[in-house]
Design a protein around this ligand. Structure first.
Ligand SMILES: Nc1ncnc2c1ncn2[C@@H]1O[C@H](COP(=O)(O)OP(=O)(O)O)[C@@H](O)[C@H]1O
Ligand SMILES: [Mg+2]
Length: 470
């Protein structure tokens, strides 16, 4: 999916390096160990003679007959003692060097094995590791039990057993419904061993459903990012299709904003974090995937929140790669209120369509309103048309903010976010910013502990995450 330059393997990670060390060290150590680190004795030196004699040589290295010790030294016992001491020193030095060489060889072999295994196991593509990771670790024992895999265009996805999905969801009981989608419900699944996941059941009678199923599987198994929901596996049973995802315990942004809690769990800073996370996920799709991916259905019900309110983009049934969009085989799809005007009117699809939808989500976060609201039985009003005149009027803006967070933020930050939203929902796509620019304008508004660069000053009521008036 992504074309990443193959990063050069660092020297320490190269198995060849370790093999080199393994082969070279004994060669380097051997001569040292053999002479105890001392300069090689010359044939005529007393040390050489002593060593030769001590080693049991009958003839000294120069070939002459050794003189009797008594004639060579006035104190034979002292000389013999010196020779023994010298010999002991040599043996100790040789032993120490031999042990160092041995330990080095063992360590080098060990490192070589580790480096080789890592090198063999490294994925071709870059993978973001922040997130999914807990889900994946927890998954290993479960996936081991599902030993069949579906081969898709680029890789493998775990094919899960229908009976286990049935058991984990209490036979797809209503009490386990997490959400309702276009082709069926999403259920909470509790697997043996305590692993939990979300299972989407698609009742596929038509081709459209089958296409979305295949598309979502194909894309999700190729992309991995901390702001994109993780794929766990899939299952096909009769006309039903199942996609298993990591469980996002705080549900969708739509439920949080427009459900029973009416956004009360989402402070200003958490809302800004959700916007930032979503922009990061989109930036990954637009800028780091090759070919780029256009989500085509970004909306608050497709932004899911985990236990820490980290936001992840989900629902890739309609997503397309830029290669596919030009084929003219795309049915006009999306959700009313989020669809960019040029796509709705001319079918013109670009990354800027996602930027428009992002702008609508930003307005939902700011205003706590649905993207399209019913005014009268046959009359709807879009959040964009309704809010635009007030968004650009600094005196009116604070009055239309979601009452749950009204007056809890720094005014300057509010004006900045409103300006970003206004730009994103421009009718002319070329006036809209790239998602990268949006991302960079949001980073300074999110506290450091939530993934931005904003330093919270505990003294200032405007920068606390509590809902204090400013
Ligand atoms: N991984 C998940 N964790 C928790 N809830 C989820 C998960 N996936 C989906 N849901 C819930 O189910 C709803 C529908 O899921 P979605 O994948 O968007 O289906 P559809 O493609 O039919 O729109 C979401 O809006 C959300 O409320
Ligand atoms: Mg959806």
């Amino acid at each position: 999916m992504r074309s990443m330059p193959a990063s050069p393997l660092p020297l320490l990670a190269r198995p060849a390096f370790y093999l080199f060390v393994v082969l070279l060290l004994p060669l380097l150590c051997f001569p040292l160990a053999a002479n105890g680190g001392a300069p090689p004795p010359t044939a005529s030196s007393p040390a050489a003679a002593a060593a030769s004699t001590a080693a049991g040589d009958l003839v000294p290295p120069n070939g002459s007959v050794a003189a009797p010790p008594a004639a060579a030294a006035p104190a034979p016992f002292v000389e013999l003692e010196e020779r023994h001491q010298h010999l002991r020193r040599q043996i100790i030095i040789a032993a120490v060097l031999a042990s160092i060489a041995g330990v080095t060889i063992v360590l080098a072999v060990l490192f070589a094995c580790i480096a080789w295994r890592r090198y063999r196991g490294a994925p071709d593509d870059f993978k973001d590791t922040q997130s999914t990771d807990t889900a994946r670790i927890a998954l290993v024992p479960i996936l081991n039990r599902f030993n069949s895999f579906k081969a898709t265009k680029k890789g493998l996805v775990a094919m899960m057993d229908y009976a286990s999905l049935e058991a984990a969801t209490g036979n797809f009981s209503e009490s386990n419904v997490l959400g309702v989608g276009g082709f069926g419900c999403v259920y909470k699944a509790n697997f043996d061993g305590g692993f939990v996941a979300a299972v989407k059941r698609l009742g596929c009678e038509g081709q459209e459903c089958e296409k979305e199923f295949e598309n979502e599987l194909d894309l999700l198994q190729r992309i991995q990012h901390s702001n994109i929901v993780s794929l766990v596996g899939f299952c096909i049973h009769e006309e039903n299709r199942f996609i298993v995802y990591e469980l996002m315990v705080n549900g969708s942004l739509e439920t949080q904003l427009h459900g029973p809690s009416h956004g009360s769990a989402l402070s200003w800073h958490i809302r800004m974090k959700i916007a930032l996370d979503t922009a990061r996920g989109l930036e990954y799709l637009h800028e780091h995937c090759n070919p780029p991916i256009i989500h085509r259905d970004l909306k608050s019900s497709n932004i899911l929140l985990n236990s820490d309110f980290n936001a992840k983009i989900s629902d890739f049934g309609l997503a397309v790669t830029s290669g596919n969009r030009s084929k003219g085989n795309l049915k006009l799809s999306g959700t009313l209120g989020y669809v960019a005007p040029e796509y709705l009117l001319d079918g013109k699809l670009t990354e800027k369509s996602d930027v428009y939808a992002f702008g609508v989500v930003l307005l939902e976060l700011l205003l706590g309103r649905r993207p399209v609201e019913k005014m009268a039985p046959s009359q709807c009003q879009s959040i964009v048309t309704w809010a635009m005149p007030q968004l650009i009027d600094r005196s009116k803006l604070p009055t239309i903010i979601d009452p749950v967070i009204r007056d809890t933020m720094d005014r300057k930050h509010l004006y900045q976010v409103a300006a970003v939203a206004v730009l994103c929902v421009q009718p002319e796509p070329s006036y809209r910013p790239l998602i990268t620019d949006v991302l960079h304008s949001l980073i300074p508004l999110v506290p450091m502990d939530l993934g931005g660069t904003l330093r919270i000053n505990p003294e200032s009521p405007c920068t606390t995450r509590n809902q204090s008036p400013c």
